[in-house]
Structures are given as C-alpha cells and as structure tokens.
Design a protein around this ligand. Structure first.
Ligand SMILES: *Cc1c(COP(=O)(O)O)cnc(C)c1O
Length: 382
C-alpha cells in the first residue's frame, strides 16, 4: 500500500514485520501468566500510524481496542470480524446503534451509559466491560458503586455478558511508590470483582511486560506494539525486544559551511565555535517533529546515512539543521532518519528509537507518534 505522491522527501514507513514481532513479544509476556488474550489498541488512528496501515501487521491479535467509531468502522470494512472494544464506550445513546450494527463490545464507565443501554432497542445482546475506578480517578465506578452497576447490567436483555476492566495509573513507574500503587489498584480490583462472573482486563503495555500476572484475561497493548518502551528510560525498546513500527525519514536538501561565530536558524540559538559543515533536512514541526527538540542541550539525536548526529538550533516549520562536520561522506541528498530504522527497507538496520527523540523533546513517544502530520505521506512495507 503506497500513497506517496509527493516529491518532498519526508516519508513515514510502516513496518509490518515489526508490528508482527512486537505482537509476538506481548503474547510471550502474557504466556507467563496463563495466555491472556491481547487487544491491539488502535485509538488515535493507531497512535498516528494509521489503522489501515497497521491492520495486516496486527491481525493476529485477539481483538482491537479503539476510541472512535470511525476506527471501528475502518476495521470492519477491512474485513475484521473478531472482537472490537470501544475503550470509553458510547458517548451518546445513538452510538449504541452502531455498536449493534457493527457488533462492538463497549466499556460502561458511568450511569448514563447504563441508562442508554436499558433504553436501547436491539435483538443483538451486547458484551460490555464494566469499568472500575481503582484509583486513577479518570473514568469508572468507585468500588462502593461497582456491584450495583454490575447488578443493573446483568439483568438487562440488551446485555449478553459483563466483563470487568480497570486501568493502571503507574504501571510504567520505576519507584517504590509506583509499584505500591499498582499493587493497591490490583487489590482494589480483586476485592470489587472477586465473587462476580466475568473476564477481566487490566494491563496496558507496561503492566503486561512488567507484571503479566496482574494484567487479567485480556491485556490492552498500545505503545509496545508500535515499538516504543512504555517505561523508558528505565528500559529501552531493545531491552524489551521491541522493534520500531514506524520510520520517519527524509533527506538533506542543503549543505552549509559555517565559520567560527556563524549561527544557525531562527533566533540564532546555535553559534559555531569552530568551522562546521551542517545539513538542512526536509522535516519540521509542521510534519509533527517536535519543535521542543530544538531546546535539548546538545540537540536531539538524528541518523544521517545511518550515522548518529544531532540537531542544531531551533526546529523550523519545514526544516531542521543537523551537524555533518564529522560525517565526511554525507552531504546533499543523504538519507536522514528522524526516528526508526536507518534503512527503512531492512529489518536488521540500525535503529534510532523514538523514545530517545521524545526524551530530548521533553515528552514521551506516544505524543510524537500521534503528532505525525497529515501532510506526511505513508508507505507500508512488508
Ligand atoms: C491507551 C490505553 C491503553 C494502552 O496503553 P499503552 O500504554 O499504550 O499500552 C490501554 N487501556 C486504556 C484504557 C487506554 O486508554
């Protein structure tokens, strides 16, 4: 699948082999805890990768979890007949019509959603995941209200089966307090659900990789499937055996020689203290590359012809500058990796992890993935 119709060299390549391998990695983790089933989380248009781009790579998942009905619709159109879970459930009563038509499973996190379901006319009883607020305080029923909500759902003719779900707030944390909070949420969940029938879903990527035994019958894996470490910098994607599912690449479109005292880019924030050679790369914040990466001391990491270098000065809307001084054989037209594989066509290629770039920009991989701009063309690679 190729929709490249642009002469500007920026490109996002999606690696199906990496998606498959990361899914196997998650399944291996769950095997340690009795073979949980895996939801591939594809909200936010598959974390910016594109639902239609990733589908072939993740179709060995047991189900897909998404947020928007458009994502669920795209999955059904591509022929997915297995489970689809709406992670926040219905946003209004009409959404339930779509749940019936597309056979979607959905989360119930508040009383209004039960009211809509009780009033919904359908011949197709639905499977719902009742959400417990076990301590994150974002969505879900408090433990004291959980049983009553369960009892209300269990008697509805519109409901086929009730399962249990909660979300960890600190599964990626590496301090004792974070670990204690995971243990506490697990405990709260056990007590709220202990004598109620139904499958359970707890773990996100971090919990699944780190504490599979506290992740439930259905894990919900997002970022790890896309090849980032959920708990960076405690662990890296290499530590977890994950491969980047996306390479953001471009090329050097101009080379400049700098004398001592010359500056680079807007605001002249970088000034050369020695003679330098720099490259201008066709990638900027309008492509989704984080402008804040320009504030990193020493710049953000970049690969040019597979060699590590770094950004210089501010990130512009359409361009950024990289140091080529030590890269004697690189120059005009050189291949640039903003994150992902140095050579997008090779699975054994050098990798620049998106986690490193995100850290330089003061954010997390999730935000960078989701921010890849619509103007960037995508290509799907086998
Ligand atoms: C996004 C999301 C996930 C996936 O989280 P990752 O950290 O990307 O694995 C799981 N569960 C819920 C409810 C989510 O919103």
């Amino acid at each position: 699948m190729v929709d490249v119709n642009n002469s500007r060299p920026i490109l996002a390549s999606i690696h199906l082999d990496a998606l498959r391998s990361n899914l196997v990695r998650i399944k291996t983790a769950t095997a340690l805890a009795g073979d949980a089933k895996v939801w591939a989380v594809v909200k936010a248009n598959a974390y910016g990768h594109g639902v239609r781009h990733i589908f072939e790579g993740l179709r060995a998942a047991d189900g897909f979890a998404c947020l928007d009905l458009t994502e669920a619709e795209a999955l059904r159109r591509m022929g997915w007949r297995g489970p689809i879970l709406l992670l926040e459930g219905a946003f209004n009563a009409r959404d339930l019509e779509v749940c019936s038509r597309l056979q979607l499973w959905h989360v119930i996190h508040c009383e209004a959603q039960i009211d809509w379901l009780a009033a919904h006319k359908t011949n197709e009883p639905q499977r719902v995941f009742l959400k417990l607020n076990s301590g994150m305080n974002r969505l879900g029923f408090k433990p004291a209200q959980y049983r009553a909500a369960y009892a209300r759902l269990a008697i509805l003719s519109q409901v086929a089966e009730v399962s249990h779900l909660t979300h960890y707030s600190d599964a990626d944390s590496n301090d004792a307090q974070g670990a204690a909070f995971v243990a506490r949420q697990w405990d709260v969940f056990q007590r709220a659900t202990q004598d109620l029938d139904g499958e359970c879903s707890l773990g996100n990527s971090a919990a699944t990789l780190r504490t599979a035994q506290r992740s439930g019958d259905w894990v919900r894996a997002g970022v790890a499937l896309y090849g980032a470490a959920p708990d960076y910098p405690v662990k890296t994607c290499t530590d977890w055996g994950l491969q980047p599912a996306m390479t953001l690449s471009s090329s050097v479109v101009s080379v400049q020689d700098l004398a001592v005292g010359d500056s680079v880019g807007y605001g002249s924030t970088f000034v050369a203290d020695r003679p330098m050679r720099i490259g201008t790369v066709a990638c900027g914040y309008a492509d989704g590359y984080p402008r804040s990466a320009g504030n990193a001391s020493g710049g953000a990491p970049v690969l040019v012809d597979g060699q590590r270098t770094h950004t210089l000065g501010r990130i512009s809307m359409d361009m950024l500058a990289v140091d080529l001084t030590h890269l004697l054989s690189s120059g005009f037209g050189s291949r640039v990796t903003l994150w992902g594989r140095a050579d997008a066509s090779r699975a054994d290629s050098t990798v620049l992890s998106i986690d490193e770039v995100a850290a330089a920009a003061g954010t997390i991989s999730y935000e960078l993935m989701c921010a890849v701009a619509p103007r960037v063309p995508f290509v799907v690679m086998e």
